[in-house]
Design a protein around this ligand. Structure first.
Ligand SMILES: [Zn+2]
Length: 143
């Protein structure tokens, strides 16, 4: 199912866990809003392919991969993005697009390993964080 010109429901529900990962209609509606308001406009500005490493996660998938218990991936509001230039997509989102939470995930000062972005239809927090792995644990700080 095509959600926009460049994004499908299939890629937003991808998982390598082999566990069921079927979003409800309400979760699909949130994924659609994320694609319409953030991912497709981002793709248009960036002009190159953007891979979704993880979008929606069922509770089983989220627990299997050790995701945060209150993860917005479980509500269909978040996606992890990976492109040739992750710093560029991070800055494009930060400067031009609506978002709830934007996270520079891992990497170094030049490039994150991937970019997490979430979107809510109302009350977006515009929170920007950086995640660093310290002693094997994920640490989040304002960025
Ligand atoms: Zn994420």
């Amino acid at each position: 199912m095509q959600l926009s010109k460049n994004f499908t429901l299939q890629e937003l529900t991808i998982t390598n866990t082999h566990l069921p990962n079927l979003p409800t209609e309400a979760e699909i509606a949130r994924l659609q809003a994320l694609v319409t308001s953030v991912l497709q406009p981002l793709r248009n500005m960036y002009g190159h392919q953007i891979c979704v490493n993880s979008g929606f996660r069922s509770a089983a998938v989220n627990s299997a991969i050790g995701g945060a218990t209150n993860s917005q991936h479980c509500t269909g509001e978040a996606a992890d993005l990976d492109a040739a230039d992750n710093a560029a997509i991070f800055q494009l989102i930060r400067q031009h697009l609506p978002f709830d939470q934007l996270i520079w995930e891992g990497g170094d000062n030049h490039q994150p390993d991937w970019v997490h972005v979430s979107f809510r239809e109302a009350n977006n927090r515009k929170q920007v964080l950086r995640m660093k792995v310290v002693g094997g644990k994920k640490k989040y700080e304002s960025y």
